[in-house]
Design a protein around this ligand. Structure first.
Ligand code: HEC
Length: 128
């Protein structure tokens, strides 16, 4: 039994390394490393901007907006805040009725990403 202990511990250690690497490989799932259990502070620059740039700016950047994004820009804090304040940011990503579904033509944001956006708004839509 004693001779099995070391290999067993090694297996557990290796398994947890693999898990860590998977988390690093898919950072967009949780919004650039910010997690959804409330243990990491949510800020515009670390939690919200990475979601917008990976999923929205192909159509809503300054240069793309007029052609692809219906004239809606999400390229700066101010422009995102306008949409947060009028309810359309949450309405579009949650696919609420009365709003076009975003990101257009692509998969819905993860529940984690949506909750980060909602928490950022609940905490005052700060430019942090
Ligand atoms: C493939 C292009 C494309 C992508 C990607 C995209 N959008 Fe849009 N978005 C549009 C278009 C086109 C409109 C114009 C509204 C319409 O459908 O009539 C729009 C409109 C909007 C509006 C305004 C809706 C309203 O009722 O005022 C918001 C807010 C928005 N998008 C948010 C987002 C967010 C957030 C993302 C990323 C999670 C995103 N969009 C990704 C194309 C896109």
């Amino acid at each position: 039994m004693k001779r099995l202990l070391l290999p067993m511990l090694l297996c557990i250690a290796l398994a947890s390394c693999k898990w860590d690497n998977e988390q690093d490989l898919y950072p967009e799932e949780t919004g650039n490393g910010t997690n959804c259990d409330g243990s990491t502070a949510i800020t515009f620059s670390t939690s919200i901007q990475p979601i917008i740039s990976s999923r929205c700016l192909s159509c809503h950047s300054a240069s793309a907006a007029s052609n692809l994004g219906g004239g809606v820009r999400l390229d700066t804090y101010q422009n995102v805040k306008v949409r947060a304040d009028n309810g359309s940011l949450v309405g579009t990503v949650k696919h609420q009725s009365g709003y076009p579904q975003m990101p257009r033509g692509s998969s819905k944001l993860s529940a984690c990403q949506i909750s980060l956006i909602e928490q950022w708004i609940a905490e005052g839509t700060l430019n942090n």
